[in-house]
Design a protein around this ligand. Sequence first.
Ligand SMILES: [Mn+2]
Length: 335
Amino acid sequence: MVNFFSTDSELVPVEGYDLIGDVHGCATTLENLLQKLGYKKIQSVYQHPKRRVIFLGDIVDRGPNIREALLLVHAMVQKGSAHMVLGNHEYNALTYCEKIKHSAASNCQYLRPHNPANCALIAETLEQFSDYPNEWSEMLEWFKTLPLFMEFGSAQQGNMFRVVHACWDHDIVAHHKSIFGDGHFDENFLHQSVCTNTAESHAIQVLTRGVVFPLPDGVKVVTQEGHVRSTFRTKFWAEKAETYGDLLFQPDPIPAEIAALPIAQDHRSKMVRYGLDQPPLFVGHYWLKGNPKPITNNIACLDYSAVKYGRLVAYRMDGEQQLQTKKFVWEYVDP
Ligand SMILES: [Mn+2]
């Protein structure tokens, strides 16, 4: 058994990590999954004597028991029983509720505009916290302390792995580390991240939402959820990609005539390559379906659409550098 040293302040030896994908308010399923993984409620916080959970972000929005899920995860992180990286939905919540400084000249009061689409996305979360305003403020303050990415283990010991909500981009991570030392960010970063064409907005976009390309010539597609999209989500790992169809990484198809088009040069330069020789990487975010398995030998996505009655998925990580299908564990979400 590999002994990791956790990043907990007390430096408890940790034998392994259980990574969990997007919860989106599925609190009951999360409790069932934690129990299946051997975590027990001690002083009302789920804990394991030898293991820690790593949440991949997106605990809030969409699901039935958002407040319960968030309080459960928050309590685990506070106790040192879990880690968490920021998901795009936590980032949305944070910027939706954070006021712009000196906004006298602007008619937009908040970092994230309160337009109908943004309001609808967060409505259920705000509704569930409406009787608990102090709790919600505490959650927002906590979101500000969450890292955008994390690294565990060590390259020397051969048990290193990485965690980010949507996409690991070496250049963005290196730049961020050169300023902040790790994946954490500050208030200035947050405020810069809502401005167009800043390094901060680019970092948030890629790390928490992935590499998204526009569909050419104003083409729009209607998703399975009924949303109209003019963009599509792409793969970010090393693979031979010649056409847009080769790059596609989302449940919804794009029109066949566009899928067959060769990738334009300016898009090629924006493609992110996570090499097969890199340490294992865990992401959430992508609404996968079917039987959980690694995407490549070193990349696993753990979002299997729990909130759409899919599966809430965990990976039991013991430091192996080749990810294994048998190490996925899940709970079905009962309609
Ligand atoms: Mn997400």
